[in-house]
Structure formats: structure tokens, C-alpha cells
Design a protein around this ligand. Structure first.
Ligand SMILES: Nc1nc2c(c(=O)[nH]1)N[C@H]1C(S)=C(S)[C@@H](COP(=O)(O)OP(=O)(O)OC[C@H]3O[C@@H](n4cnc5c(=O)[nH]c(N)nc54)[C@H](O)[C@@H]3O)O[C@H]1N2
Ligand SMILES: Nc1nc2c(c(=O)[nH]1)N[C@H]1C(S)=C(S)[C@@H](COP(=O)(O)OP(=O)(O)OC[C@H]3O[C@@H](n4cnc5c(=O)[nH]c(N)nc54)[C@H](O)[C@@H]3O)O[C@H]1N2
Ligand SMILES: [Mo]
Length: 911
């Protein structure tokens, strides 16, 4: 490949995936190697007059994002991610898995791997797919093809396996959770609509409104110095400094003094994890009893307030939700609750989120999600300076709080060509991501049911439909095909997922992935995938706060080892199945999936959809109006489909394609009249009848009519939001019986030094003390923050290695004693690389992947969201040397402290 010439190429270096690129930078290539990564200047090839950067004027000051992109440290580290010794070097087969003989599912996660050729690997995969379809039908193939990650469009993964399975007749789809927004999705949506995600979205100019009109911003479970890094660089940080200059107060509500709080907070209000509902109820109580809310706004803009009052004042259950009552639950002294409530009522206050923080992904998260909207409503949400503002994801959903207003409205989101959550047939058979272990381990003859397709991006009404697994007449799953092998690192109940992946019902597990990490180590066959620096692509950069960009991403370096793009992996298998031409035809749009299926080889033909099934699936898609990157889906007439069509071809309006390739990028200019767009919810505020919300009544529903109608007896999510102490499935409060054995609430934030499961192997980051704690054995352990009070009581010191444990298992961590975490809590970021010493339930993980011990049950009975934060555990010092003696083999895996585990830890050495 002619990639040895020294040059510089543009790349987006963010990890949102789903077609939404961010963090645009330049990769300098010298002698065929990545030399360095640096920010790009948007005005490198365009004049400022062309670009028209935006400026916000407020209180005699102004803010403009500048013309150089603000890359986060993670982006500079990409070089080390590409050249990581953790890369999958060539196709691999698990040594004791023999498709013709013994399959040994029980040793998944334990066995080593041997090198095989690409040809052999593709043949094995094709034979297995054909066998599984022949034996059980297409529904037996489970495709896990979503997830964040590198943003690739042309050759990218995360769904490209589903495109092949679509041609072959279908597959069971892992339905991606609204993980980022569980509480908004299952809760807030029922109060104020805000499809698709339930946060305040699809409105413009909220940033301008807050800058001009807010007295204070409540950063409620929000770290604008950390999580914008994953998506949009560091402009959020600059804005926070500017707000302070403007005199806007920053009030942080969170169990830990996070990085944003550390540099911006005027006040930090520590709250126990997932007890926000108690704090919120007490604020409502103060407002109700002291007459500190906008009664006339409630009269005109809301329904069901009386029911809410009835509950808050204690008439329903005899328990008034006083600040004293709340103090016991949430750990915030009642005087502070009162002070906050009074200050809030007397000022213009907005609430800032990145996505919501831990309580939005805890048990019963719909309750605090809803209560926040109730509080905003009591203070006339939409009035100047009173909105909910996003500090992240600027631009992903139309113009969500968008600063730039490029045309066509909604920017340049091309959509990931291969991303496939719900393409056509996937709609027939799907399993919510949170319920996958339950599905695999489901006793024969039983069925699982749940509500909603459980896809972030569907409107509220989708939640009312019930679904089941297995569908009558369809097989259970027997093959697992993933390009997102980080389930046990990122989802709820990871140890149980490890059990599931070893279940004999899973006859074949196929992983295509760039790195040897996490669930990859449970695969039977691993196909090596190239990173985006090894590919040519077209990208969009939409969430950084600068102008949206379209970028022609040239290949920077040759593929590492035998890596191929995800699309090529799938194609190699399709070739062996004799359907490559058909697959390519559907990719290129020269053939529809139906046309392709009509030409399928005899062996698959029996399994294609009937006409009625196709019509039903398509009608369903139209009903829910889903917009994915999949072209099949853009045909619906729902709001998001319209949005996609509006965006399509947006760029060619300005610049011919050839020119775009030559220049390398295109900045969408800010619209001249962007300031005319109404700010936030001002139109609803001024005229609720003329600008209704998308709730059944068009108003803010303190009493959620949809919930009342569909689940009248649901005690975990009643029509009016409640404080829920425990349920049959969840006992995760300090005051529960379990709290005696596991007296700490675990804070499991999004990692500052990673993006979920990604970038745990970057030497430049790992050498920071804040990133890893060096154990006595030289291993770099994932930090765990412990308050000095708790540390003293347990005789823990900086650098001690502890096990964090509950009945689900144990994970290790390196102690950092700090007042930055409140007592009774411990904080360990999520996403550290799995390094299982003992796999499965009750297991022991050295890497610190605490999702392995998260609860397995979903948000609540009728809300199948993830529960990964604010759960109970205990900690105890361990003797690492003794553990090493007990598990000599596991403690001696090939490991480089600079990188972590390396691929050779699992590859059987060649003689
Ligand atoms: N404890 C805890 N758990 C959480 C959360 C939390 O706050 N705390 N947050 C939740 C949230 S909001 C989210 S979004 C989820 C994230 O969960 P995921 O989206 O599942 O996490 P990622 O690490 O982004 O997963 C991407 C995977 O795809 C791989 N990958 C990236 N690019 C490519 C590619 O081009 N090809 C292939 N083949 N593979 C690729 C990566 O290496 C990685 O394994 O985690 C959830 N889990
Ligand atoms: N660097 C980096 N950036 C990322 C990601 C990443 O993994 N790494 N992931 C991306 C994704 S997919 C998402 S969804 C967003 C997530 O964005 P967020 O949801 O905002 O991120 P979190 O880290 O879960 O939570 C933010 C803060 O909430 C606070 N918090 C934790 N638990 C509680 C609680 O129970 N109550 C209250 N009041 N506060 C709490 C903590 O201070 C934490 O720092 O970030 C995105 N950006
Ligand atoms: Mo997320």
C-alpha cells in the first residue's frame, strides 16, 4: 500500500461512533509511522468569512470558540492505541474449541489462542453460520453490533455483521440501551416528552440563554472537565471559566468532588449516590410549604400537580418529604437543602448535564429523572435563564443546545453506513442489551418479556409495546457474533455475562476486534480489525462546539499485522458463503436487501421473511419513526427520518465531492440568522397551547398519564414520581439489610483517562498517578477513592490494594485516600480492562472492571434500563503477594506496566 510518503492527514479522534465524529485533528505520518497527532485549524484552508464562527455576547463580554480544535489528552494518545502490543495481530482460534469435535464452552475466558490463516478463519465462520442457520434458523445468530467507538463510516463495524445476516434472512439483534439516558428515557419522557431521549433536546441557543440570563448553574451529576473529552474536546471547560467570569455561580451536586467541581465550583453539595430523588423531593417540599414556586405557571403549563403535592406533603403515605426526612437518605444536611431550595427559587437557575451522572443509570433512575423535570417546572422552565443545558453532544440531535447553526439544520451527520440496531429483520427478534445474560441462561421452556424495543432514539410510545424472547416459533440464540466485545466491562452484571458466554447453548462465539481485551477473550474465533488510522473514510465532526466539519479522512498508515476493516471481515465470510456479490450490492445500493435475498443460494432461501412479515416490520419502523444510519430506516416518515433526509447531501450544496477530497475538509458556516432562533423552551413558556410538548396532554405531566394507563399497579414507577427504597430485585441502599455486609455505595463514573472500555492501554496516560496506582507487584491497578474517615476505620492507606466485593464477585483496586469522595462511598471509574483471575459469578478480577459486580437486574420491573452505578459493595485490603502465590499462572500473564495486558498473554507461543 502506498502509504509510506510523509504527510499529514485529517482525522476525527472521538469515540462516540454512530457516525458522529468529533475531535478533529491532524495525524503527521513519517516513514510510514504515526509521528504525532495535533489539533487542526479550521481556517487552514478557508477564510474566517467563509466559516463565520459564532460569538455569544453576554453581560458586556463575549465568547467565541476559536479556530483551533481543542483535542483532549485521549486523542493525542491514539498513536499508542494503534501500535498497542495489545492489538490482535492475526486471526486466532481458541485452542480447545473444535467445531468438528469438543467445543469446551466452559473454558471460554480461560483458554489460549493459536494463529490461523485468514482463509481458514473465514471458512470456519462461514461453515458455522451455515450450520447454525440450517439447524436452528436465522434467529439463532445473535448480533451484537453497536456500541460507541471509533467513528467510521465506510468500512466501520458496529452493525456490519447485521447487514450480512439481513441478506441471509435475519438475526437476533442486541437492542442498544438508552444507556446514557436511562432515567430520562424511562422517566423524564413521561413528564415532558422530549423525544427521543428525554433530556431537553432539539432546541437552540440554550447556551446563549444561560450565559445571558442565569444567575447560577446547577451541575447536577455533571463533570464538564471530563466527559466532554470523549465527544467534544474542551470547549465546555472554556465556557465554564467564562461563566465564572460573568458572575454565574457554579453549584455542583455529586458524591465526589469531580474534576469540574475541583476547578469551577462555588459550592459543592455532596449527595449519596442514587439518593437524588430524596433531595429533589425535599426541595419541592420547601417550595410547597414556603410558597416558593410559580403556581400560575403550573396552572397553565402542567397537569397533575395536586397528586404530586399530595405525595410530597405526606398525605399519601403519612411521610412528609421534609429536608430532615431527606437528610437521612441522601446525606445532605437539612439546612443545606433549605438553603439550596430558597436560593434556587429566588434566582434564575439552569441545570447542566453531560448526560446525567450515576443516578441516571442506577436502580429506579426514572424517579430522579422525572423529579428534575418537576422541579424545573415549579420554577417556570423555559423562562429566560431557566432551562436544562447539555455540556456535551452539541449537535448530535439536530441542534441540541447547539451553538453553531450550520445549514442544513442539524449539521452534517452522515450516519454510520453500517450501524444497525434495528434494521428490518432485527426488529422481529431482539433482546435488550441489559437482558442478554438472562436470555442465554433462561431455563428451557420459559420466556422473557419486557417493554419497548429499548433503543435510544425511539419515541415515548415505543415503551408501551411488550416484547418477548424467544419469539414463538423462533429458535433461541446459539451463536454470538460481536464487534463490540466489552459487555462485561460496560454493562450490568458482568460476571453473570461471563457465565452466560460459557454456557453450552452458545456453540460459537465470533469476535472481530482490533484489540485483545474484555469479552474478546471469550471468543472461539477472533478476526483482527484495523483502527481508523489505517483506513480511508469520510467523517463528520459535529459535537465539538466549533463549526461542524465534513472531513475526508485519508488512510494514515498501513494496517497493523493482518488487520482488515470490519466490512472486509464480513465480506470474507460472505465470500465463503457465496453471497459476497449480494452483500456488496446492498452496501452500494445497487440492490435492495429483498433483491439480494431473491438470489440467495438454495440453502438459505427457506429462511427469508414472508411478505407479511416484511410489511409488518416496515410498518413498525414507520410507527416508531426510527432513524439509524441504516438506509432502510430513512424511508419511514417519523420525525427523525425527516431529519435525516434534511441532512443528506447537505455538503454537496456547497462543495463538489472531488474538491472536498482534494481540500480534505469542509467547515459548515454558521447561519447568519442563528441568533433569531428561540432559546430553549421559551416558546412553550410563552405559549403552551401554541407550542405543546410531546406528552399525551401536551403539558408537563406531574401525573404521567401514559404510565397510569399502561402500568396502573407499578409500585416502582407509579404515575407520580416517588422515592423508592427497595424492590424485589434491588436492595442497593445503605439502609438495606445488605448494607450491613456491603456498607459502601459505589460511584462508577465515566473514566477521565479512557472512553469506557477504550484507551486503557495508553502508556502516556497510565503513567499518571491519577490514572493508575502502582501495586507492590508493579501491576498498575485501577484507582479507588476512599474518604479518610472510612480509610482510618479500615486501616487503609494510599497505594494499598483492596478488593471491592459483594455477592456477585470481587474486583481489585489501588487505594487513593481523599476527601474528594464523601464518606460511605467509594469511587472507581468504569471501563478498566478485564483481567479475570477467576471468571464468572463470585469471580476475582485484577483489572478493576467493576461492572463485573454491578447489579444484573434492570432499572425496575417495567423499565429494562441498565443499573451500573450507586450499588452496594464492601472493601478490604488484600495481600497481593499471597494472591499471586495462590494464582501463579494468572498473575504471571504477559504484562507490560506501561500498557497493561498484551496480546501474547493469551496467544499460545509458536514452537
Ligand atoms: N459502571 C458503569 N457502567 C456503565 C456506565 C457508567 O456510567 N458506569 N455508563 C454506560 C454508558 S452511558 C455507556 S454509553 C456504555 C458504553 O458501552 P459501550 O458503548 O459498549 O462501550 P465502548 O467501550 O465504547 O465499546 C466500544 C467497543 O467497540 C470497540 N470498537 C471501537 N471501534 C471499533 C471498530 O471500528 N471496530 C470494531 N470491531 N470494534 C470497535 C471498542 O474497542 C470497544 O470494545 O457503558 C455503560 N456502562
Ligand atoms: N472521558 C470520557 N468522556 C466521555 C465518556 C467516557 O467514557 N470518558 N463517555 C461518554 C458517554 S457514552 C456518556 S453517556 C457521557 C456521560 O456523561 P455523564 O453521565 O455526565 O458522566 P458520569 O461520569 O456518569 O457522571 C458525571 C458526574 O456525575 C456525578 N455522579 C455520580 N453518581 C452520582 C449520583 O448518584 N448523583 C449525583 N448527583 N451525581 C453523581 C459524578 O461527579 C460524575 O463525575 O460521557 C461521554 N464522554
Ligand atoms: Mo453513554
Amino acid at each position: 500500500m502506498g502509504t509510506t510518503k510523509d504527510r499529514s492527514v485529517y482525522k476525527t479522534l472521538g469515540w462516540c461512533g454512530f457516525g458522529a465524529g468529533t475531535n478533529a485533528g491532524i495525524v503527521d505520518v513519517k516513514e510510514g509511522k504515526i509521528a504525532r497527532i495535533r489539533p487542526m485549524r479550521i481556517d487552514e484552508k478557508y477564510s474566517v468569512d467563509d466559516i463565520k464562527p459564532w460569538t455569544i455576547h453576554a453581560r458586556g463580554s463575549s465568547f467565541t470558540p476559536g479556530l483551533k480544535t481543542t483535542l483532549p489528552p485521549l486523542a493525542y494518545g491514539y498513536k499508542q492505541r494503534v501500535y498497542s502490543p495489545n492489538r490482535v495481530p492475526y486471526p486466532l482460534k481458541r485452542v480447545d474449541w473444535d467445531p468438528q469435535g469438543e467445543r469446551h464452552p466452559e473454558t471460554r475466558g480461560i483458554s489460549g489462542y493459536e494463529r490461523i490463516s485468514w482463509d481458514e478463519a473465514a471458512q470456519i465462520c462461514a461453515d458455522e453460520i451455515a450450520r447454525v442457520i440450517d439447524t436452528y434458523g436465522c434467529s439463532a445468530v445473535f448480533c451484537q453490533g453497536d456500541g460507541h467507538g471509533e467513528t467510521k463510516i465506510i468500512g466501520g463495524g458496529h452493525g456490519c455483521n447485521t447487514r450480512l445476516m439481513d441478506v441471509l434472512g435475519g438475526y437476533t439483534c442486541q437492542a442498544r440501551q438508552p444507556d446514557s439516558w436511562e432515567g430520562w428515557y424511562w422517566g423524564a419522557k413521561h413528564v415532558w416528552g422530549m423525544d427521543p431521549v428525554g433530556k431537553q433536546t432539539l432546541q437552540n441557543n440554550v447556551l446563549r440563554d444561560v450565559s445571558q440570563n442565569s444567575d447560577a448553574v446547577l451541575f447536577w451529576g455533571c463533570d464538564p472537565e471530563t466527559t466532554p473529552w470523549g465527544w467534544g474536546g474542551q470547549i465546555a471547560s472554556q465556557i465554564c471559566y467564562w461563566w465564572t467570569d460573568l458572575g454565574i455561580k457554579s453549584i455542583y451536586v455529586c458524591p465526589d468532588l469531580n474534576y469540574g467541581a475541583a476547578v469551577h465550583a462555588d459550592t459543592w453539595i455532596p449527595v449519596l449516590p442514587n439518593t437524588d430523588a430524596a433531595l429533589q423531593l425535599a426541595i419541592a417540599y420547601v417550595w410547597m410549604t414556603e410558597g416558593l414556586y410559580d403556581r400560575s405557571y403550573i396552572d397553565t403549563h402542567a397537569v397533575g400537580f395536586d397528586w404530586f403535592e399530595y405525595y410530597v406533603l405526606g398525605r399519601e403515605d403519612g411521610v412528609p418529604k421534609t429536608p430532615k426526612w431527606a437528610e437521612e437518605k441522601c446525606g445532605v444536611p437539612s439546612r443545606r437543602i433549605k438553603a439550596l431550595a430558597r436560593y434556587w427559587a429566588q434566582h434564575n437557575v439552569s441545570i447542566a448535564h453531560c448526560n446525567g451522572g450515576g443516578y441516571i443509570r442506577s436502580c429506579f433512575s426514572h424517579e430522579p429523572g422525572r423529579l428534575e423535570v418537576c422541579l424545573l417546572a415549579m420554577q417556570a422552565v423555559g423562562a429566560p435563564g431557566r432551562n436544562q443545558i447539555s455540556m456535551i453532544e452539541w449537535g448530535l440531535y439536530g441542534q441540541q443546545n447547539l451553538l453553531t447553526c450550520p445549514r442544513p439544520a442539524g449539521g452534517t451527520y452522515f450516519g454510520a453506513a453500517f450501524t444497525g440496531h434495528l434494521p428490518g429483520t432485527g426488529l422481529r427478534w431482539s433482546i435488550p442489551q441489559t437482558m442478554v445474560p438472562d436470555a442465554i441462561l433462561l431455563p428451557e421452556g420459559e420466556e422473557l418479556t419486557w417493554y419497548g424495543h429499548v433503543i435510544a432514539g425511539l419515541p415515548r410510545i415505543d415503551q408501551f409495546g411488550q416484547h418477548r424472547y424467544p419469539e414463538p416459533g423462533a429458535s433461541r440464540i446459539h451463536m454470538f457474533w460481536t464487534d463490540t466485545p466489552c459487555w462485561s466491562t460496560c454493562w450490568n452484571g458482568g460476571n453473570r455475562m461471563q457465565d452466560a458466554l460459557r454456557d453450552p447453548s452458545i456453540e460459537f462465539m465470533l469476535v472481530q476486534h482490533p484489540w485483545m481485551e474484555n469479552d474478546t477473550l471469550f471468543a472461539d474465533i477472533i478476526l483482527p480489525v484495523s483502527t481508523k488510522l489505517e483506513q480511508t473514510d469520510i467523517a463528520t465532526c459535529t459535537m465539538c462546539g466549533h463549526n461542524d466539519l465534513a472531513i475526508h479522512e485519508e488512510q494514515a498508515v498501513d494496517p497493523v499485522g493482518e488487520a482488515r476493516t470490519d466490512a472486509e471481515c464480513v465480506l470474507a465470510i460472505a465470500e465463503k458463503l457465496g453471497v459476497a456479490e449480494l452483500l456488496v450490492g446492498t452496501w452500494l445500493g445497487s440492490m435492495s436487501v429483498d433483491e439480494a435475498r431473491a438470489q440467495l443460494p438454495e440453502q438459505f432461501a427457506a429462511h427469508t421473511l414472508t411478505d407479511e412479515e416484511k410489511v409488518a416490520a416496515f410498518e413498525e419502523l414507520k410507527r416508531v419513526g426510527f432513524m439509524g444510519g441504516n438506509p432502510n430506516l430513512a424511508k419511514g416518515d417519523g420525525p427523525r427520518s425527516k431529519q435525516l433526509s434534511a441532512m443528506k447531501g447537505g455538503m454537496s450544496q456547497y462543495l463538489p465531492f472531488e474538491k472536498f477530497v482534494e481540500v480534505g475538509y469542509y467547515p459548515f458556516p454558521t447561519a447568519d440568522d442563528w441568533e433569531d432562533d428561540p432559546a430553549g423552551l421559551i416558546q412553550f413558556h410563552d405559549d403552551p397551547e401554541g407550542h405543546p410538548l410531546d406528552t399525551p396532554t401536551g403539558k408537563i405531566e406531574f401525573y404521567a398519564t401514559g404510565i397510569a394507563e399502561h402500568w396502573p399497579g407499578d409500585e416502582e414507577r407509579p404515575p407520580v414520581p416517588h422515592w423508592i427504597e427497595e424492590s424485589e430485585a434491588h436492595h442497593e441502599r445503605l439502609t438495606c439489610d445488605r448494607g450491613k455486609d456491603y456498607p459502601f455505595l459505589v460511584v462508577s463514573n465515566h473514566p477521565r483517562w479512557r472512553v469506557h472500555a477504550e484507551h486503557d492501554d495508553i502508556a502516556w496516560l497510565r503513567e499518571l498517578n491519577a490514572c493508575k496506582v502502582i501495586g507492590p507487584d508493579g501491576y498498575r491497578y485501577e484507582p479507588v477513592w476512599v474518604n479518610p474517615v472510612d480509610a482510618r476505620a479500615r486501616n487503609l492507606h494510599d497505594g494499598d490494594i483492596v478488593r471491592i466485593f459483594n455477592e456477585r464477585g470481587n474486583v481489585l483496586g489501588g487505594v487513593v485516600v481523599t476527601e474528594r469522595i464523601m464518606p460511605h462511598c467509594i469511587s472507581q471509574d468504569h471501563g478498566a480492562r478485564v483481567d479475570s483471575i477467576v471468571t464468572g459469578t463470585g469471580g476475582l478480577d485484577r483489572g478493576g472492571a467493576n461492572n463485573l459486580i454491578c447489579p444484573g437486574a434492570t432499572t425496575s420491573k417495567n423499565a429494562p434500563g441498565e443499573v451500573t452505578n450507586g450499588f452496594l459493595a464492601n472493601i478490604e485490603k488484600v495481600d497481593v503477594q499471597a494472591l499471586a502465590a495462590q494464582y501463579p499462572e494468572e498473575f504471571n500473564r504477559d504484562y507490560d506496566p506501561a500498557v497493561g495486558l498484551i496480546a501474547s498473554a493469551r496467544i499460545v507461543k509458536e514452537a
